[in-house]
Design a protein around this ligand. Structure first.
Ligand SMILES: CC(C)(COP(=O)(O)OP(=O)(O)OC[C@H]1O[C@@H](n2cnc3c(N)ncnc32)[C@H](O)[C@@H]1OP(=O)(O)O)[C@@H](O)C(=O)NCCC(=O)NCCS
Length: 182
């Protein structure tokens, strides 16, 4: 997986591209919403400076070819409305995980499924990754449904617990493998 440069991808409604410092205000607009980070490891952002620090880190990661997200850009407004990233790329076993979040104002339109399918297509076509997982909390049915609509299936043996924001939570692994025809 190459983060340097992270390729620009396009779907019907979205552009997936590296984040820049100019995206700080757009990201702060949704990252301060407690509903967006409710199931995630991070707390809502309390200032745009905090978001700028995160972007600074991502910019360094792009430069150093380390894990950093695509910004999900809404073609209509040309604003970043979320992120999607590839994490825990195991180069020996050709596996990786994805993580994602979207601004609440854009929920329910099928946009994350569009973004996920685009990233899966890219990873299977352009990298040697053959298995991609998403770990989803059992109390996040919206995200479970997104995985299902993206063509992933639940791995019956893939449950785990993680300590998130001071509590142990149950996660289920959703998985998809490269088809031999891909
Ligand atoms: C989860 C998230 C990515 C969904 O993205 P989205 O683009 O709104 O997804 P969709 O438009 O496909 O809608 C979600 C689906 O879940 C369904 N859904 C919503 N709430 C639900 C609930 N409480 N129970 C069951 N299904 C639910 C919707 O009906 C829809 O399915 P449908 O198209 O069959 O009707 C988005 O809500 C988000 O970013 N949430 C915050 C961050 C997060 O949870 N990230 C995932 C971490 S694993």
């Amino acid at each position: 997986m190459n983060y340097s440069p992270l390729p620009i991808l396009e779907t019907e409604h979205l552009i997936l591209r590296p984040i820049t410092m100019d995206d700080a205000a757009a990201i702060f607009a949704y990252a301060q919403d407690p509903k967006v980070s409710r199931f995630l490891s991070w707390e809502p952002s309390t200032s745009i400076e905090q978001v700028k620090e995160t972007i600074e880190r991502w910019l360094t990661h792009y430069e150093e070819n380390r894990q950093a997200p695509w910004g999900i850009v809404d073609k209509d407004s040309n604003k970043v409305i979320g992120t999607i990233d590839v994490r825990n790329h195991d180069v020996d076993h050709h596996t990786a995980e994805i993580g994602y979040c979207l601004s609440q104002g854009y929920w329910g339109r099928g946009l994350m499924v569009e973004a996920i399918k685009c990233v899966l297509d890219y990873l299977f076509a352009e990298t040697d990754i053959f298995e991609i997982s998403a770990f989803v909390r059992t109390d996040n049915p919206q995200s479970q449904r997104v995985c299902e609509k993206s063509g992933m299936h639940k791995d019956p043996g893939g449950t785990k617990q993680e300590y998130i924001k001071g509590a142990a939570v149950d996660l289920e692994r959703w998985v998809i493998r490269k088809k031999s025809s891909d």
